[in-house]
Design a protein. Structure first.
Length: 436
C-alpha cells in the first residue's frame, strides 16, 4: 500500500488493529456458540465479551513481540488475549484451526472493502450520468483506428462509459457474494472437533455464508474470481482514462482535465497542462490487473491445505482494494470537473472537408441504381482528393462536379446527405437503453 494512493476509510479495514478485532469477534462468537452447545462453560464467552466491552486498545506491538517468539500469528494473538482475559480464555479456539480465523477474517475484510468500492462506483456512475445528460447532443467526431469516422455526441461517449461501469457494478456485487464465506470447520475441514452449527452461528454474526466444503481453507477459486473482477474494473477505468488523455492532446483538445489555480504542468515548460490524473489512473489500473494473476495461481493448493497463498494475499488483499478505491474516486473527480470544448469538437469535425458523410453518399448511390462497387469507387475517388488536400477541398463540392455521381443524385439529394443531425436521430433510444 502506497499512502499517496490510499484513502483512510479503506485503509482502516486493512490495519492490524482492525484485523485483530475481527479475529476476536470470530473467536468470541465461536466460544459463545460452543457454550450454548455445552462444549465449554458459558462463562468463557461472557468473560471474553466483558473484557471486550471495556473497548481495550489492541496492543499490536505486544502481539508482534509474542509472535517473534512463537513464529505464529494466531497463537501470538490468542496468547495476548489470554494474558488479558485470564483463565477463561483457555476455552477459546476449541476445535478450530488457524485457517478458520484467517480465511474468515479475509472474507470480512474483502466484503467490507467491496461495500466501499460499490459506493465508489455509485458516485462515479452519478458523475458520468450528469455529464452525459449535459452533453447528450454535443456533436463530436467518432474515431476508428484513431481516424475520423462518423459523428457521435459526447454524451454518447459518456453513456457508453456509464453502461460499462454499470456492468462493473453488477460483477462486483456478484464477486462480493462469492467471497463473503465463512469457514469454521477445524483441521482438514471435517468438523471432527467442532460442530457445523458453530460455523453457521459465526457466519450469521459476521454477515457471511458458511463455506459448503472448506477442506482446511476456503477454496481459492472464489478469491481468483474476486480479484479478476477488480482487474476488469481497472480495465474499464483505463479505457475512460485513455479516452480523456487522447482528447486532451494539443492537436485534438476536445476535452481536458480541470487545471486548478496555481497548478504547475512542467518544471521546465510553464505553458504545459498535462493529463496527469488520467495518466496516473492508467498506471494504477496496471497494478490492479497485476494482482489478478497471483490470485489465479493461488487456486492450486496442495491437498487440503498449504500456505503458498498466504503471503500473496497479504499483498494483494489490501493493495488491490485500496488502489481501486483511490482510482475510482480519482476518476469520479476527473469526470465531474472535466473541461469540455464543443467548439473545438465542431472544428475538428469540419477539418476534413465533409469526409465524415461519405457513407451516406455511398448508400444513397446504391439506393438510386448504382452498384455498391461503383458507388464505393465514385465516393472514394473524390474523398481521396479531399484527404490529400488536408481538408482544403470540400467533398460535397467535388461530388457535385462529378458527372457520374450527379447522374444518380441531384445536388439537393447530395446536400441532404451532409446533414449532421441525421446521425443523432437515435440518441434518445440509446439513452433510454442505458439510463432507463
Amino acid at each position: 500500500m502506497v499512502p499517496r494512493y490510499a484513502r483512510p476509510e479503506m485503509t482502516t479495514i486493512w490495519e492490524p488493529e482492525s484485523k485483530y478485532r475481527i479475529w476476536f469477534e470470530i473467536e468470541a462468537h465461536a466460544t459463545e456458540k460452543l457454550g450454548e452447545l455445552g462444549v465449554v462453560p458459558k462463562s468463557a464467552a461472557k468473560a471474553l465479551w466483558d473484557w471486550w466491552a471495556t473497548n481495550p486498545k489492541i496492543d499490536v506491538d505486544a502481539i508482534d513481540a509474542i509472535e517473534a517468539v512463537t513464529k505464529h500469528d494466531v497463537i501470538a494473538f490468542l496468547t495476548w488475549v489470554a494474558e488479558n482475559v485470564g483463565d477463561e480464555a483457555r476455552f477459546m479456539h476449541q476445535g478450530m484451526t488457524s485457517s478458520d480465523v484467517l480465511d474468515t477474517t479475509l472474507a470480512v475484510q474483502l466484503a467490507r472493502s467491496t461495500d466501499l468500492l460499490l459506493a465508489d462506483l455509485d458516485d462515479l456512475l452519478g458523475a458520468i450520468k450528469r455529464r452525459a445528460e449535459e452533453h447528450k447532443y454535443t456533436p463530436t467526431i467518432g474515431r476508428s483506428h484513431g481516424i475520423h469516422a462518423e459523428p457521435v455526441t459526447f454524451g454518447l461517449k459518456l453513456a457508453q462509459a456509464y453502461a460499462e461501469f454499470d456492468r462493473c457494478k453488477t460483477r462486483l456485487i456478484a464477486a462480493r457474494e462469492e467471497i463473503a464465506t465463512c469457514a469454521i470447520s477445524g483441521a482438514v475441514g471435517t468438523f471432527a472437533n467442532i460442530d457445523p452449527s458453530v460455523e453457521e452461528y459465526v457466519a450469521e454474526k459476521l454477515g457471511l455464508k458458511p463455506e459448503p466444503v472448506s477442506t482446511q481453507v476456503i477454496p481459492r477459486d472464489r478469491h481468483a474470481m474476486y480479484f479478476a473482477t477488480l482487474a476488469v474494473i481497472a480495465g474499464s477505468i483505463e479505457r475512460l482514462a485513455v479516452e480523456v488523455r487522447h482528447l486532451q492532446r494539443t492537436e485534438v483538445l476536445e476535452a481536458e482535465e480541470f487545471f486548478s489555480k496555481g497548478q504547475k504542468g512542467s518544471s521546465a515548460m510553464p505553458h504545459k497542462r498535462n493529463p496527469i490524473l488520467t495518466e496516473n489512473l492508467t498506471g494504477q489500473a496496471r497494478m490492479i490487473r497485476a494482482y489478478a494473476l497471483p490470485a489465479l495461481e493461488n487456486v492450486a493448493l496442495w491437498h487440503e491445505r498449504d500456505i503458498s497463498h498466504s503471503s500473496v494475499e497479504r499483498f494483494i488483499g489490501p493493495d488491490a482494494t485500496i488502489t481501486l478505491d483511490f482510482a475510482l474516486a480519482r476518476l469520479t473527480g476527473v469526470v465531474d470537473k472535466l473541461l469540455v470544448y464543443p467548439e473545438r469538437m465542431q472544428a475538428n469535425m469540419d477539418r476534413m472537408g465533409g469526409l465524415i458523410h461519405s457513407q451516406r453518399v455511398l448508400l444513397a448511390l446504391t439506393q438510386n441504381g448504382v452498384s455498391r462497387e461503383d458507388a464505393y469507387r465514385l465516393v472514394q475517388r473524390n474523398a481521396m482528393k479531399v484527404w490529400e488536400s488536408d481538408g482544403k477541398l470540400m467533398l460535397l463540392d467535388l461530388l457535385k462536379q462529378d458527372e457520374e455521381v450527379t447522374a444518380a443524385l441531384t445536388h439537393e439529394q447530395l446536400e441532404e446527405r451532409f446533414d449532421l443531425d441525421y446521425h443523432f436521430k437515435q440518441v434518445d433510444t440509446i439513452f433510454d437503453r442505458v439510463f432507463g
